[in-house]
Design a protein around this ligand. Structure first.
Ligand code: FAD
Length: 290
């Protein structure tokens, strides 16, 4: 199913993000991931998105997961794809391979700048990639949005200008970076609407399950953590059960408020684990579990 059709549903759309496991020469981690996804399937997701290592480092694994999500789990997959270190020719081949595999949607990203600065100059921004995908394929395209501004941007307004360019080039849905303050998301959506962006802006939700994980994820992007939540996590950082409980309670409140505001969907950063996400969805949508 294509993105447009998915987000025309009247019920909030549930989607999950997973990533290809690292250091998995014997395939055990991939096996485990597929088991976690089988559990998450009970929550009726409309989409599973699969990340792509910058520079193509996870390409084969990403493709394998995308195909298994589609063929074994019968869930619509959405591969991510990054362009900053990739040539036009490689991208063209990749798009053809995805379409041949029956994939209908793609999340088009620039990717993080490589630390050594070596980029391929064919595509400098996600908007260039989106334009190319729309010209070369019939895939539906999604893009990334940043409620608190992208880490490199000079201002949120400038970032939204470029987001508008991404939708003008053909992005049909925007998935946001993780955030913890719903007000930041609501203001972002309002600014997007004022800038003429009418596409669904799907909130990205990270269920916090450990203080280490929270520190790692938030070091990579611009995100505010509410003081009381951060204090609770830090104070009990050695009590993993407490931290997980606290993270789940926070996410349940956050998602419930988003749903009450009429969001079109929730996109969960699962970190390849089902248990926290399962508890959150069971709590906010008890009727959707099958
Ligand atoms: P862009 O939209 O190109 O924006 C990057 C920066 O350039 C921004 O500061 C923007 O304001 C600016 N900009 C944009 N267009 C222009 C222009 N025309 N002229 C001048 N400046 C411009 N990374 C991965 O490596 N793999 C993944 O699978 C992955 N998945 C992600 C999924 C989601 C939902 C999100 C939110 C992020 C994901 N990322 C992933 C991270 C992402 O690659 C980085 O945030 C990256 O630094 C920016 O990608 P982008 O597509 O937003 O870039």
């Amino acid at each position: 199913m294509k993105l447009k059709e998915i987000y025309e549903q009247t019920e909030p759309v549930i989607s999950f993000e997973v990533f290809p496991p690292k250091d998995d020469s014997n395939g055990e981690k991939l096996k485990k991931l597929m088991k976690e996804l089988e559990i998450l399937k009970h929550y009726n997701p409309s989409l599973v998105s699969v990340t792509y290592g910058a520079g193509g480092s996870t390409r084969d694994k990403s493709e394998e997961i995308v195909c298994r999500v589609k063929n074994e789990l019968k869930i619509t997959p959405m591969p991510h794809f990054t362009c900053v270190s990739t040539s036009r020719e490689t991208i063209k081949n990749y798009l053809q391979a995805m379409e041949k595999a029956g994939v209908e949607n793609i999340l088009a990203l620039r990717g993080d700048m490589p630390k050594d600065g070596t980029i391929c100059h064919d595509f400098l921004h996600a908007s260039d990639l989106i334009e190319f995908i729309k010209r070369e394929s019939s895939l539906s395209v999604a893009a990334a949005g940043y409620p608190e501004g992208h880490i490199e941007t000079e201002s949120l307004e400038k970032d939204i200008e470029y987001l508008k360019l991404k939708t003008d080039k053909g992005a049909e849905v925007i998935y946001t970076q993780l955030f913890f303050e719903n007000d930041k998301y609501f203001k972002f959506v309002e600014k997007c609407r004022n800038a003429g962006i009418d596409e669904p802006v799907v909130p990205g939700i990270l269920p916090v399950t450990s203080s280490k994980q929270l520190a790692k994820m938030t070091s990579l992007c611009r995100v505010t953590i509410p003081e009381d939540f951060l204090c609770a996590i830090e104070k009990h950082c050695d009590d993993s059960d407490y931290v997980k409980k606290c993270g789940i309670e926070f996410a349940v409140k956050q998602c419930s408020e988003l749903i009450n505001h009429g969001v079109t969907g929730l996109h969960f950063y699962t970190l390849n684990k089902s248990s926290a996400v399962s508890e959150i969805i069971s709590s906010i949508f008890p009727e959707r579990v099958n």
